[in-house]
Design a protein around this ligand. Structure first.
Ligand code: NAD
Length: 253
């Protein structure tokens, strides 16, 4: 049976110009959703996706509260409501000994990887409460539970996303709003090489160290993540909340 699993759903997807984000936008459109796709730089998104009747592309910096509020407003204005929020946007950290991490870099990573998801939730949740239903998916990382040296601020940010997920899952359960997280393992996107230390070769780190760390023997692909997000946003997961789904080829084991 070929049914559309997200028919009549309206989603905001952040990080939509990135590797996982763009694939998720495509999958959501295939599954019948209306999508407000947002990124700090939408150039690539616009050129790859073109025009689609169910797609609204919005440029916004998620570190700017007013811009986040405006993007939720614009999505509701275009589609009538929002009942799915997928927090994918994030930045990497170049592996750095903790004593060399500047306070500015620490804040930059926590602001983008944690505070942004708080802000999108803050503005989307009232709309979901009005609907009487909703679902949020937060992208964390398997590194939150299986850390690597030097990724200190990034790991803290991804641990916080898991805590945000459980905090909101219990807070919103009685509003029929589900909140779940995904822990991707090392994935084949532009971000992966950015975890390499300043003196390391990014391609070697990506294709040997990261790839070899996955027990199943290959890097995770963006569609592996997108498919898991589709499931968690579909009614097939209607009793799933507060869950953490590892999509990591066994890296967390
Ligand atoms: N690639 C991996 O190996 C990996 C592994 C585990 C978790 N993750 C997480 O998965 C998510 C997606 O990563 P990806 O691999 O697709 O990376 P990516 O770099 O391809 O995409 C991230 C996107 O987020 C956007 N973004 C960054 N800062 C922003 C801001 N302030 N406002 C709006 N948009 C902003 C970027 O422009 C980019 O398009 C991230 O949260 C990342 O931490 C990635």
């Amino acid at each position: 049976m070929n049914r559309m699993r997200l028919l009549n759903k309206t989603a905001i997807i952040t990080g939509a110009a990135g590797g996982m984000g763009m694939e998720t936008v495509k999958r959501f459109l295939e599954e019948g959703a209306s999508v407000a796709a947002t990124d700090i730089n939408t150039k690539r998104l616009i050129s790859e996706m073109g025009e689609h009747p169910n797609l609204l592309t919005l440029q916004a910096d998620l570190n700017n509260e007013a811009e986040v509020e405006e993007l939720v407003y614009k999505a509701v204005n275009r589609f009538g409501t929002v009942d799915r929020l997928v927090n994918i946007a994030g930045i990497a950290q170049r592996a750095t000994p903790v004593e060399d991490v500047t306070i500015a870099e620490w804040h930059r990573i926590l602001d983008t990887n944690v505070t942004a998801a708080f802000l999108t939730s803050k503005f989307a949740i009232p709309v979901m409460k009005k609907n009487g239903n909703g679902a949020i998916v937060n992208i964390s990382s398997i590194s939150a539970v299986r850390p690597r040296p030097g990724l200190n601020a990034y790991i803290v940010s991804k641990g916080a996303i898991l805590s945000l997920t459980s905090a909101l899952a219990i807070e919103l359960a009685s509003d029929n709003i589900r909140v779940n997280a995904i822990n991707p393992g090392p994935a084949e996107t532009d971000m992966l090489g950015q975890f390499a230390a300043a003196d390391a070769d990014a391609e070697t780190v990506k294709n040997s160290i990261f790839k070899d760390s996955v027990p199943m023997g290959s890097l995770i692909q963006p569609d592996d993540i997108a498919n898991a997000i589709v499931y968690l946003c579909s009614d097939e997961a209607k009793m799933v909340t507060g869950a953490i789904l590892n999509v990591d080829g066994g890296r967390g084991l």
